[in-house]
Design a protein around this ligand. Structure first.
Ligand SMILES: [Zn+2]
Ligand SMILES: [Zn+2]
Length: 195
């Protein structure tokens, strides 16, 4: 292992695992030991350090995540220079492109194929065909979309439908709850999750 990388691991809360990620709750970085011996593994670790140093803890909209990724890679370039680690610009571009593709997939209307607006952390709404959908949250899995009724899309509707339709109320509450809890979700980034 590179001496500079070993020092970084010792200095920060880093633990071996099967992903490169930064847990903003425990401020712990997870890294894949075997990949530190390979090209771009050191860069992946520095990228997570960058998220931590930049204070990337929460985000609500995908566009914010994209900005965080760009900032983190800028910081990674600086850290790499300081520690004498080679930067592979093609690799950085690939990582950013994969985020971009993931975000585009989430935002594409499952009914008409238009690019839609993000309503909250996991909900999108199409202004062309009025379709609403919820997405899964895992960046290391294929994007899944579940079409939901408009009742489910806001907490406000939960109130108005309370007596008539308990079932949609329940799912409405869940949608709201999931967007609240995601405010403290883990920021999982890094090349190995998406490439
Ligand atoms: Zn649509
Ligand atoms: Zn990242």
């Amino acid at each position: 292992m590179n001496v500079a990388i070993r020092k970084i691991i010792e200095k920060n809360k880093c633990r071996p695992g099967n992903v490169f990620s930064f847990n903003s709750g425990t401020k712990t970085i997870t890294y894949i030991p075997e990949e530190l011996e390979e090209k771009n593994g050191d860069l992946a670790l520095l990228h997570e350090i960058a998220h931590m140093q930049l204070g990337h803890f929460t985000y609500k909209y995908d566009i914010e995540l994209m900005r965080m990724e760009e900032e983190a890679w800028d910081e990674t370039r600086k850290l790499a220079k300081e520690n004498g680690i080679e930067v592979d610009e093609d690799h950085i571009k690939e990582c950013l492109d994969s985020y971009d593709q993931w975000i585009s997939k989430r935002a594409t209307c499952p009914k008409c194929g238009e690019y839609a607006l993000q309503k909250d952390h996991r909900t999108f709404g199409c202004f062309v065909c009025d379709c609403y959908w919820e997405v899964n949250d895992r960046k290391d899995r294929a994007v899944r979309k579940k079409i939901i009724s408009k009742i489910q899309k806001t907490g406000k509707c939960v109130q108005t439908n309370l007596s008539e339709n308990p079932k949609s109320v329940l799912s409405g509450v869940l949608v709201v709850a999931s967007s609240i809890s995601s405010a403290v979700h883990l920021l999982i980034g890094g090349s190995s999750l998406l490439s």
